[in-house]
Ligand binder design. Sequence first.
Ligand code: SF4
Length: 319
Amino acid sequence: MKIGIPRALAYYAYYPFFTTFFEKLGLEVVVSDETTKEIMDLGIEDTITDACVPLKLFHGHVRNLMNRVDYVFVPRLVSVNHEATFCPKFLGLPDMVICSIPKLKNMLEVRIDLKKSRFELFKLCMKLARRFKKGFFKAYNAYLKACLSLKNYAHQFLQGGIPPLGIVGQKKNKAITLAVVGYPYILYDPYLSLDLIKKLIDMGVYVVTPEMIAKEDKQKQVGKIRKNLFWTFSNEVIRTAYSLFEKGSVDGIIHVTAFGCGPDFIVDKLMEIDAKKYNMPFLTVTIDEHTGQEGLNTRLEAFVDMLKIKKAKKEAALA
Ligand code: SF4
C-alpha cells in the first residue's frame, strides 16, 4: 500500500510526523518530486487564476503523485493549538482538490483540528490505522514514534539553526545577518522561493528564519503586537519579526510572500509599518509563478549592499 504525500503546504512543517506514522504502520510513503516548472504548470492548469501560488503548486504535486500511489494524502488542517486556525485555503483544501482534479479517485482526507480535545491527534491516528486494518499496538507505537520524530525535527531547527530539509550549513561569522520571514512552504521550496536563502548565503549573509527563533521568544510577543492574527503560520511570521525588531539582533528583514495570499496583505503591512518605528530595514519580495531570477538577484544585491554601507557608517561613527 503506497501513500503519496504532496511536497507542498503543510508538508514543510509537519512531514516528519505523517511520514513516520505511515511508515511505522507498515505503509510505503511516496513524496512527490521536487518542484519543477512542469509541476507548477500542472497546478496552474487545474486551479482558478486568482488562487495563491502555493495552492496552485499543491495541485501540481497531487497530479505528480496520483497515478503512482494508492492514496494521495490531503489533510484538512484546521488547528494545532487553541489560539488560531490555519488560513481558509488549508481548511478547504480537500474540497478544492477534489473539485479541481475530478480524475483524482484516491484521496485520503483527514481533518486535523487539535483544539477539539487533548487527545485529538491520537484519536485521528487510531482512526487512520483502523482504515488500513492495523492493530492498536502497532498504531500506538507508530503514533509515539511520529511524535518523537516531529519533536526532534523542531529541536534540530532551534539548536542547530538548520532550516527544514537541511538546505544550508551556515557559518555565523558573516558581515551581515538577515532574517528571511515567510511561510515554510514558500521559503523552503527552492523552486518557489527562487532559492532566495541560498542566494543570500552565497552573498555572504547569515540567514535567520522563523524556525530558528525559540518558541518562547515568539510567544513573548503575544499581546505586544497591535493585532493578534487568526492564522497559525501568519502568527509565526509576525511574532518572529517583532521579536527581532525588539532585540535588534539582525541587520534587516526580508518578507517573502506569495502573489494572491490574502493573510499577507495584513501581515506585510503591519511589519512594514512597525519596521520603520524600530528603524529596521525591511524588504518585501512577492513571488508569483512568473517571477524571474534576474529581477530578484538585483533587488537582493541592492538590499545587501545598502545594509553593508549602513553598517560600515555606523561602525565608523562609533570608532
Ligand atoms: S496563507 Fe497565503 S500563501 Fe498560504 S495558503 Fe493561505 S493564502 Fe495561500
